[in-house]
Design a protein around this ligand. Structure first.
Ligand code: CMP
Length: 139
């Protein structure tokens, strides 16, 4: 079924000026960018967004990184968009990511791994609502 997922192009992508190159991979995978905004994430936003990882040893580093520069938040739409985007992103650790995936092509480390994508349709709805008003998503 057609569904939506939430995506972030992380600060390593904006810093290296490769957001267009990443978007080309997204669109090449038949995902449509139906919402997109470039923002500077606040510490509070990052801490809320990554709340499930609060107890992880890398939490502080993760929040530092996500607030270190601009990010591009996106809503992607397509057939099985959640699973499709996770395929296109590749494994969290770029060293383990498959050939042709965004992380294999562009990412430098597990921390600076270029993109985020929701892990379920339920979380996608929660994450989209954190950053988008319904009127800013145009399918
Ligand atoms: P993301 O899908 O955005 O959700 C959690 C993030 O934590 C993940 O991408 C990684 O970027 C980050 N992460 C996971 N493991 C590590 C790690 N060992 N060190 C630093 N960051 C990590």
């Amino acid at each position: 079924a057609t569904e939506r997922t939430f995506s972030i192009l992380k600060p390593d992508a904006t810093r290296r000026n490769i957001t267009g190159a990443v978007n080309a991979v997204i669109e090449g995978a038949d995902l449509r960018i139906v919402g997109q905004r470039r923002i500077r994430m606040s510490r509070a936003q990052a801490e809320t967004f990554y709340g499930v990882h609060k107890e992880r040893p890398f939490f502080g580093e993760l929040v530092e990184f996500m607030t270190s520069g601009p990010v591009v938040v996106q809503v992607l739409e397509g057939e099985n968009a959640v699973a499709r985007y996770r395929e296109v992103m590749g494994a969290t650790n770029p060293a383990q990511a498959a050939e042709g995936t965004i992380r294999k092509t562009f990412s430098e480390s597990v921390g600076e791994n270029t993109v985020h994508g929701s892990d379920s349709a339920e979380n996608a709805a929660i994450e989209i609502a954190q950053f988008f008003q319904a009127s800013d998503i145009v399918g």
